[in-house]
Design a protein around this ligand. Structure first.
Ligand code: GLC
Length: 700
């Protein structure tokens, strides 16, 4: 049977069942089954699996291209190109993970294959423990399978990766825009308490002229780790605290883990716990197949988890957030949501937990990997209901495909080591290629003891990541930007300020991710898909189409090779122009991250500020980087930064072009979309490398 569209032909052989996807234009195969689609209840596939104990294993086996590269699969502690790798998806709490540790926190069963410049995507929509092997166990095949469920997968044909990411976002959901302040600098530690310490950290930031938008409360703000409570000694008046912080432009985010303390009336001397009592009464907590309450151990000790597959339980959970919103809390941090259980981190202890699951009453084998997704959904929908005039802001550690609809994510408990820093780049770019654009990692690393050099180099990666938050474990060194001395602090200040200057560019690029699914933080290959030199680059990245960053990822190193793709490039610091398609050697003393701007780009910037929205964007500078023909263009996206009005036209998109005109430049500024009115402001134009710019004509 052949099913054909304008772009794709799908040839299905019925017996044995074999499927081949072909390009409709050339009739060339893009992706072909290597053996019949398999459903195996007796483990016949054992020799091709590394965990054959599964009962109902389903699998698909594809011919492995001689030159095929693989990308995606969400959060993996692995390099960008997944060829010759094999992976498992089973959300797991894995503190201190290093390269090769698998699985870790998230499950995104979506990958891209790329061969001879043409890409396809496969989304295997199956939440059971799943396996992906990209030519690791065999020279002939790439295969994927799962320990249960149905064999449903979606095939996307590009040939461009950008088109696939766009379609994948259409299918699994587009990331909504977070509040604009989420792009600001964020600071956390396990844990800041009492309230006066939170304020002291903020005061240091302001006195030291370091920009900051967000501060976090980790688990010690609660009364005995009871979610939806505040410790009365440490935080006697949270509303007064958030009011004082708000006057300094600071937003407060509190952690809310899934573990609800198992706390029946009379069990504790320090009062009753309404969350446990309500949830128990309504029967919203997870139970084992024999009807017993499932009691994992997490921070509060014996705890219970909500069955988030129950719609009314999600609604109840979402409404609980009123406690935080009434206290002026701006966002929610969902952690430990794999879900982590100190009794046993492999999930074995949870296997007989039954969830409602649309009345199907399925087990943990199916529901583990979607637990965090549904918890984030409950949280998001709660915040949306309770505060509809503001965009919800949630960050999460675990997730499943679609998590981008509800939450920002960070890469969990990394180490404060150079190896962990180097892993940031392939992990961020991979997440971007997996439908998760809003990502980041604990700046400076979470576990252990770093130093000033590592912290500086870490900021030189994260100052251009969508989520930029310094966070540290309780027994690691203090790690705020000033903790290692003024020398390092001064450099970090330079990068934080640069981030705030670049906010118009970053926000414009983030809105593109929202609209198109194409991420902000990109591997080079996403922009240069036909250049095989980019296919394995793990130590450089791009921000949008225009900025190329080549950080230093090793100690004592102050020079490195940088690959510049075809085209021309400007060194951001010196404006020196380079021809691309080659590698260059650049100096990178500790205060410098190699940063290049694509010739032809126009980068909008604003003067630095202490926090997002401190003052109106009344002066916007367009930095013009002309290409060899004297041409540059750029876009500026604007909206109110906080409300969901952007979903209904409350935005403004401005296209700006510059063309060499005699000895000057002719500039044109066109509002191409939207009704948002940013007010009167001054537009500046600066041409890279020219001290005084003559703008001969401006057309608006
Ligand atoms: C987990 C989180 C970490 C947090 C800690 C205490 O380890 O990943 O970020 O600080 O729990 O809540």
């Amino acid at each position: 049977v052949t099913v054909a569209t304008d772009e794709l032909e799908v040839v299905v052989r019925r017996s044995p069942l074999l499927i081949e996807f072909r390009d409709a234009g050339t009739h060339q195969p893009i992706n072909s089954d290597e053996r019949p689609m398999a459903y195996d209840s007796k483990g016949h596939l054992a020799n091709m699996l590394f965990d054959p104990k599964a009962g109902n294993f389903i699998a698909v086996s594809k011919k492995l291209g001689f030159d095929e590269h693989f990308y995606g699969l969400g959060e993996k502690a692995a390099r960008l190109d997944k060829r010759r790798g094999s992976f498992v998806n089973w959300n797991s709490d894995t503190p201190g993970y290093t390269e090769g540790k698998d699985p870790i926190y998230q499950t995104i069963p979506f990958y891209l294959g790329l061969q001879h410049g043409a890409a396809y995507g496969i989304f295997f929509d199956n939440s059971y423990r799943s396996y992906f092997d990209f030519g690791r166990s065999s020279q002939q095949r790439a295969w994927f399978g799962a320990e249960g469920g149905e064999l449903n997968y979606y095939f996307f044909y590009g040939p461009s990766i950008k088109k696939i990411l766009n379609r994948y976002a259409d299918l699994t959901g587009h990331m909504p825009l977070p509040p604009k302040w989420a792009l600001g600098n964020q600071q956390s530690r396990w844990s800041y308490y009492p309230d006066t310490m939170v304020e002291q950290v903020v005061r240091e930031y302001r006195e030291r002229d370091l920009p900051l938008d967000v501060i976090y409360l980790d688990i010690d703000y609660m009364r005995g780790y009871r979610v939806f409570t505040f410790d009365q000694q440490r935080f006697p008046n949270p509303k007064a605290l958030t009011d004082r912080l708000a006057r300094q432009g600071i937003k407060l985010v509190t952690i809310v883990d899934p573990g609800v303390k198992h706390d029946p009336p009379g069990a504790s001397s320090d009062g009753r716990y309404f969350v446990f009592e309500q949830g128990l009464e309504k029967n919203y907590f997870q139970r084992r197949s024999n009807g017993e309450l499932f009691v994992p151990r997490v921070w509060p000790g014996e705890s219970v988890f909500v069955d988030y597959t129950l719609p009314e339980a999600r609604r109840w959970w979402g409404d609980l957030f009123r406690v935080y919103l009434d206290n002026g809390v701006a966002g929610i941090w969902n952690d430990m949501n794999e879900p982590s259980d100190f009794v046993d981190q492999t999930g074995k202890n949870q296997l007989d937990v039954v969830s409602y699951d649309n009345g199907e009453r399925t087990t943990h084998a199916k529901n583990r990997n979607t637990f965090a997704l549904l918890m984030a959904r409950a949280t998001y929908e709660g915040l949306e209901r309770l505060r509809p005039e503001q965009r919800p802001y949630i960050i999460t550690r675990a997730g499943y495909a679609g998590i981008q609809r509800y939450a920002t994510m960070w890469t969990g408990d990394t180490n404060s080591t150079w190896d962990a820093l180097a892993l940031n780049i392939p992990m961020f770019t991979t997440l971007g290629l997996s439908g998760e654009p809003f990502i980041g990692s604990d700046v400076g690393g979470f576990i252990g003891r770093g130093n000033g050099e590592l912290l500086v180099r870490s900021y030189q990666v994260s100052f251009l990541a969508p989520f930029c938050r310094n966070h540290k474990t309780s027994d690691g060194y203090d790690q705020e930007p000033w903790r290692f001395g003024k020398y390092y602090e001064d450099i970090i200040r330079k990068y934080l300020k640069l981030r705030y200057e670049l906010l118009p560019f970053l926000y414009t690029t983030l809105e593109q991710a929202h609209r198109t699914g194409i991420p902000l933080f990109r591997p080079l290959l996403l922009n240069y898909q036909n250049d095989p030199n980019t296919y394995n680059i793990d130590d450089q990245f791009m921000v949008g189409e225009d900025l190329l960053v080549a950080p230093i990822l090793k100690p004592d190193v102050t020079r490195r090779l940088v690959y510049l793709p075809p085209g021309a490039w400007y060194d951001y610091w010196t404006n020196r122009k380079y021809a691309g398609g080659t590698m260059i050697y650049v100096d990178a003393p500790l205060d410098t991250v190699p940063l290049f701007v694509r010739a032809g780009a126009m980068i909008p910037t604003v003067p630095p500020r202490n926090f997002v929205g401190e003052r109106p964007d009344d002066t916007i500078t367009f930095n013009i980087y002309p290409d060899d023909k004297g041409w540059a263009e750029g876009t500026l996206y604007e909206d109110d930064g906080v409300s969901p009005a952007y979903k209904n036209g409350g935005l403004r998109r401005t296209m700006v072009t510059a063309r060499r005109d005699g000895r000057g430049f002719a500039v044109s500024v066109d509002v191409v979309e939207g009704q948002y009115n940013p007010g009167v402001r001054k537009l500046n134009f600066i041409v890279a490398g020219q001290r005084s710019t003559s703008i001969t004509r401006v057309k608006t």
